[in-house]
Ligand binder design. Structure first.
Ligand code: RVP
Length: 497
C-alpha cells in the first residue's frame, strides 16, 4: 500500500500572520530585505545576495533581457528562459551584462527594404516608436537610418512605401561613438536638440540608443545588483539534455547563476547536470528543482545545488496537478522543505537557500512564504503584467492585458522542462495560454509590493528576513474567517460610476 500522508497540504491563502510587538525601531525605512541566493558555509557570506527577495520565472512570457535589466536594477534577478536556441539565450545574457545605465539596446529594428506596413506592425507589436533601420534588421546590424513618428503620416503615405524612402537616413543623423559616457551622450542630445542618440561602433553597427526622455532615470539605483565589474547580475534557465553545449555558451556570455528548469526536479538527470557544472565551471552557481518535500531537497542538496526551488503544480498557468496528479499545496511544501534546510544546516554547516516558486497571488502571500522559510520567491504572473515583460500588451474587453503562457503549454513547447526521458516531445499540455491584467512599470509596482512586505514585517516586530522567519507567528484560518477578512456586510460603492 502507498505511504499515505494524512496531513492536508495547504496554500498561502489558508494562513494569516499574527502581529508581534512593534517597537519604535520597527519602521519600513529600517527594514532590510537582503537574502542569500546561493549556498554558503556557516560564518561565511553567500557569493550572491539579493537586495530584493524576488526572481522572475524561467519563462518565455516573463524573463528576457529587458526584464532582467529592470529587475537587477531593483535588487532581484531574472532567469532568462531556456526554451530558445542556445545562441539566442546567450545573446540575451550578453545584453544584460553589456547594459550600461541610460544606454538601451534597440528592441525594435527593421530593414530598409521593408515597408510602412511593417513599421506600423512592429510599433503595435513592441510599443516602441523609435525604430532602428539596420542592414540586417537586427539590433546590432549596420545602422542605415532610424524611423520615428515624425517620418511618416499614416493618413497620407502608402502602406507599401519602402522604409528607405521615408526613414531619416544615417547621413542626416547625429550619432555617438561607442565608449562615449552618459554625460557626453546627454550633452550631444541637448546641443543638437535630439530626442534620441544612436550609439554606433567603429564599423557603424548600432549598439544602443540614449533617449532624452530617460534623462531623469539615469541616476544610479542604490539597489542595483552588480558583479565585481559593476555589471548587472543575471541568471539563466538550463535543462538536463543539452547542458554540455548550453552551459559553456552561457558562461562565455557572462551568466552569473544557472537554474535547472524542471516541473519535477527530484531526478538523477538533475544530479548529473549539477555535477557537470560543478566540475567544469567553478565560478558559476547552479540552482535545481523543483521539489516539494524533504527527500527531494536533501537529494539536490547532496548533489551540490546552490539553491533549491520548491513548488509543483501551484503556478497560475500550471495544470500539472490536473494532468499528472503530482504536487503539493505550496505553503506546506515550503514549510516542510524549510525544516529540512534548517536541519541540514545544523548538521553540515551548509546553508542552502530555498526558493518558493509559483502560486503567489496576493502581496501578503509573499510575506507568508518568506516567514515560512523561503529565502526568495520566483514569480511569473506577477512580473508578466509589467511593461518590461517580453509579451504583447493588448486591449481585451475594454481593459489592457498582457499575454502570459506556461512553459508546458503548446505555445511554449518547452518539452525539456516536462521531459521524463524517452522521445523528445511534449506528450500532453501541462500549462495554459492566458491574459493577465496590465499593471504598468515594474519599478512602480515593486515599490508598492515591497512597501507592504516591510509594513507587515514592522507589524511582526522585525526588520530582517531571518528575524521574520525566526519570530513570525502564523495561524491557520477557516474559510469563514477568510470572508471576514474582505469587505463584508456593507454595500461597496462602485467608484467607477
Ligand atoms: P506563477 O507565479 O503562479 O505564475 O507561477 C510561475 C511558475 O509556474 C514558474 O516559475 C514555473 O515553476 C511554473 N510554470 C511555468 N510554466 C508552467 C506550465 O506551463 N505548467 N508552470
Amino acid at each position: 500500500m502507498a505511504n499515505i500522508i494524512n496531513e492536508v497540504s495547504r496554500t498561502f491563502n489558508e494562513y494569516l500572520i499574527i502581529p508581534g510587538l512593534t517597537n519604535k525601531v520597527h519602521t519600513p525605512d529600517n527594514v532590510d530585505l537582503k537574502t542569500p541566493l546561493t549556498r554558503f558555509s556557516k560564518g561565511e557570506t553567500p557569493k550572491i545576495e539579493l537586495k530584493t527577495p524576488f526572481v522572475s520565472a524561467i519563462m518565455q512570457s516573463v524573463s528576457d533581457s529587458g526584464m532582467a535589466i529592470a529587475l537587477a536594477k531593483e535588487g532581484g534577478v531574472s532567469f532568462i528562459y531556456g526554451s530558445q536556441t542556445i545562441r539566442n539565450q546567450a545573446r540575451m545574457v550578453k545584453t544584460v551584462k553589456k547594459h550600461k545605465a541610460g544606454f538601451v539596446e534597440s528592441r525594435a529594428n527593421i530593414q530598409p527594404e521593408q515597408t510602412l506596413a511593417d513599421v506600423i506592425a512592429l510599433k503595435n507589436r513592441t510599443g516602441f516608436s523609435t525604430i532602428g533601420v539596420t542592414d540586417d534588421g537586427t539590433s546590432n546590424g549596420v545602422l542605415v537610418g532610424i524611423v520615428t513618428g515624425r517620418d511618416y503620416r499614416t493618413s497620407k503615405d502608402s502602406l507599401d512605401k519602402k522604409v528607405k524612402d521615408f526613414m531619416t537616413p544615417i547621413s542626416a543623423l547625429v550619432t555617438g561613438e561607442l565608449g562615449v559616457s552618459l554625460t557626453e551622450a546627454n550633452d550631444i542630445i541637448w546641443d543638437h536638440k535630439l530626442n534620441q542618440l544612436p550609439i554606433v561602433d567603429k564599423d557603424g553597427r548600432l549598439q544602443y540608443f540614449v533617449f532624452r526622455k530617460d534623462y531623469d532615470n539615469h541616476k544610479q539605483n542604490s539597489n542595483e545588483l552588480l558583479d565585481e565589474h559593476k555589471r548587472l547580475i543575471v541568471g539563466a534557465g538550463i535543462n538536463t539534455r543539452d547542458y554540455d553545449e548550453r552551459v559553456p555558451a552561457l558562461v562565455e556570455a557572462g551568466v552569473d547563476v544557472l537554474c535547472i528548469d524542471s516541473s519535477d526536479g527530484f531526478s538523477e538527470w538533475q544530479k548529473e547536470t549539477i555535477e557537470y557544472v560543478k566540475s567544469n565551471f567553478k565560478n558559476v552557481s547552479i540552482g535545481a528543482g523543483n521539489v516539494v518535500d524533504r527527500d527531494g531537497f536533501l537529494y539536490l542538496a547532496e548533489a551540490g545545488a546552490d539553491f533549491v526551488k520548491v513548488g509543483v503544480g501551484g503556478g497560475s498557468i500550471c495544470i500539472t496537478r490536473e494532468q499528472k496528479g503530482i504536487g503539493r499545496g505550496q505553503a506546506t511544501a515550503i514549510i516542510d522543505v524549510a525544516k529540512a534546510r534548517d536541519e541540514y544546516f545544523e548538521k553540515t554547516g551548509e546553508y542552502i537557500p530555498i526558493c518558493s516558486d509559483g502560486g503567489i497571488v496576493q502581496d501578503y502571500h509573499m510575506t507568508l512564504a518568506l516567514a515560512m522559510g523561503a529565502d526568495f520567491l520566483m514569480m511569473g504572473r506577477y512580473f508578466a503584467r509589467f511593461d518590461e515583460s517580453p509579451t504583447q500588451k493588448l486591449m481585451v474587453g475594454g481593459n489592457y492585458v498582457k499575454e502570459y503562457w506556461g512553459e508546458g503549454s503548446n505555445r511554449a513547447r518547452n518539452w525539456q522542462r516536462y521531459d521524463m526521458g524517452g522521445n523528445n516531445s511534449l506528450k500532453f499540455e501541462e500549462g495554459v495560454d492566458s491574459y493577465v491584467p496590465y499593471a504598468g512599470k515594474l519599478k512602480d509596482n515593486l515599490e508598492i509590493t515591497l512597501g507592504k512586505i516591510k509594513s507587515t514585517m514592522c507589524s511582526c516586530g522585525v526588520t530582517t528576513l531571518s528575524d521574520l522567519q525566526a519570530e513570525a507567528k502564523i495561524t491557520l484560518v477557516s474559510s469563514t474567517s477568510i470572508i471576514e477578512g474582505g469587505a463584508h456586510d456593507v454595500m461597496v460603492k462602485d467608484t467607477n460610476s
